[in-house]
Design a binder for this molecule. Sequence first.
Ligand SMILES: Cc1cc2nc3c(=O)[nH]c(=O)nc-3n(C[C@H](O)[C@H](O)[C@H](O)COP(=O)(O)OP(=O)(O)OC[C@H]3O[C@@H](n4cnc5c(N)ncnc54)[C@H](O)[C@@H]3O)c2cc1C
Length: 318
Amino acid sequence: MIYMRGIFDDWQAQGITSVLHEKSGGYANNRKALEGLAAKAEAEGVRIVGGVTVTGFSHDSSGAISAVETDRGNISCDYVVVAPGPWAKQFWDMLQLPSTISIKNPQSGVITSDIPMWIYWSLQEGTLGVDPKLQQTNDGKMPPVIHVDTDAPLYSDVDGSLITDKMWGIYYKPDFHFDGIQGGAAPFIVDKSADAVAVDPYGPDSPEFIVGEDFANMWVSALAHCQKRFSGTMAQYKKEPSGGIGAFTPDSFPLFDRFHQNCYMIADSNHGYKMIGVGKLVAEEICGDNSRLLEPFRFSRYIEGKLHPVSNSPFPWS
Ligand SMILES: Cc1cc2nc3c(=O)[nH]c(=O)nc-3n(C[C@H](O)[C@H](O)[C@H](O)COP(=O)(O)OP(=O)(O)OC[C@H]3O[C@@H](n4cnc5c(N)ncnc54)[C@H](O)[C@@H]3O)c2cc1C
């Protein structure tokens, strides 16, 4: 509380489990960041061909991938790298990898079978249409992302009703691109088998996986819970479609591994920008240098019981 009041004099959230305040963090617009990366790749002589849909893979007699099948014909290849984001399950199925897996408990050694390889989480994001400068710090600066996890009861900023008395979490930042305070709340598991989830149309175009009034009420109330300056701003919440789904692994950690001898899969389990350096490590692995950093993220970790710590946070990627 004292630390946060030193940054925002209206900070009022008490009993917080954790606050992540990235002193030197920042924000990059996703499209612009990717355009920058594409330009760097093209400057190295890479040719990027967009608008091609992969429909399957052809294998040679040894089981290695010999061609990528697409809606524009087959493309023969020596090596395939797939980084499909929320479409991980579609590629997993095309690669004929198992839809369920077995996981060994590292403590007891007990193996549990039939665990779905992919589950979807619905990510909750939106924008409060206030002046982004409203969020300036006591010394007049623009802060980076604030991330709060807490089990304090959350009450509606509109009518004082209880929204939740369970663990909740939010993140938010001033955003000049979206012109407001942009952020989100803890995602929730999509209550359907992965086969029944329609990933497309994706994101704001999805009729199913966009945030609604419940999110607006929760998130803006949570902002007001943390900082008094957001109290009474519910009417300024931007009612536009936002959010999306993510394909998560059973332990919500990324999967970086080689399949069928010559197919490298980068399944980031929705971990986002912090995975950006993985491309270099994967390129080194493909060229023959095994990466110690990527080793904990192999597919074999499940059956070998070499699992990652389980987070207490309501966020699956914390
Ligand atoms: C609502 C939301 C908010 C997020 N906010 C953040 C954030 O603030 N910070 C952060 O770091 N991360 C964030 N993420 C996570 C981040 O967007 C993902 O982790 C990241 O985009 C994954 O990158 P990727 O390159 O692995 O996959 P993607 O960026 O998803 O790229 C996969 C590509 O595969 C293409 N594709 C799919 N199927 C086919 C096919 N059959 N043939 C050919 N191409 C195909 C898709 O069109 C897409 O271009 C957010 C995610 C969501 C849903």
